[in-house]
Write a protein that binds this ligand. Structure first.
Ligand SMILES: [Zn+2]
Length: 241
């Protein structure tokens, strides 16, 4: 019966619509993953620059400590030179000036280190916070990514199922209807078989003659809309008559 054929074609269209919908959804995922990766990369770089800053601070601090040590050794040497027996007064005074200068420099360096230590406490706190924030973000990203990958896998599985259903369905639809369907599908898009809504086409909403509605309900041959050439079928049972 023709009614069965049309129903088979409608079933094929339903399969095709679902495949198309899945394809659209699948296309959305790669940019989502890319965005997650990009975001994480940016945050990883931000964290790394905080870490680098901290390393740089430590390096500077160690350098200043070395400079202090060097000056302390100098002071020791110069003090020893002052203590040689029978040193002349002007030589002694010259050494004293050098020692005072070194002491002054040590004092400046020590002030800087104290300042550094005070800032360091804050910097270390900030670094620890940044590390833990990043760790949480990384975990969130991984979860989100996993969720998306599961969605992709499940939608691909469903697409595979639908493709085999489709192959099966193709063998059931008569050639004449299939040719019409394929031609229309390629030219105008996915909806080829539409139910009549009230007294108009479910595709283009053009009014349909009562005689055509009767024929569509009888469903003994292919009835198409005058406006859009879609194949018309009887109203769906839950749509207004
Ligand atoms: Zn129409």
């Amino acid at each position: 019966m023709f009614k069965d054929d049309i129903e088979k074609l409608k079933a094929l269209q339903d399969i095709d619509s679902e495949i198309a919908r899945l394809k659209e959804q699948l296309n959305l995922y790669p940019p989502m993953i890319k965005k997650i990766e990009k975001n994480l990369l940016r945050k990883r770089k931000e964290l790394q620059s905080i870490r680098d800053g901290q390393q740089e601070r430590l390096k500077q601090k160690r350098l200043m400590e070395k400079e202090i040590l060097f000056r302390q050794e100098e002071i020791q040497k110069k003090t020893a030179q002052q203590n040689v027996p029978k040193i002349k007064q002007d030589a002694f005074d010259a050494l004293k000036r050098e020692i005072d200068k070194l002491k002054g420099e040590i004092s400046v360096l020590e002030d800087k280190i104290i300042q550094f230590i005070a800032e360091d406490e804050q910097a270390l706190k900030s670094l620890a916070k940044a590390e833990s924030v990043f760790k949480a973000e990384e975990e969130d990203s991984q979860l989100e990514r996993k969720r998306i990958e599961e969605q992709i896998a499940s939608k691909k599985r469903r697409t595979d199922e639908l493709n085999s259903e489709r192959a099966q369905q193709l063998t059931l639809v008569p050639n004449e209807l299939l040719t019409y369907y394929n031609r229309y599908y390629r030219g105008h898009g996915p909806t080829v078989v539409v139910p009549i809504h009230g007294d108009s086409c479910g595709g283009c909403h053009m009014r349909i003659l009562p005689q055509i509605i009767v024929e569509a309900k009888q469903c003994e041959k292919m009835i198409t809309c005058e406006g859009c050439r879609r194949i018309l079928i009887a109203p769906e049972s839950n749509s207004p008559q």
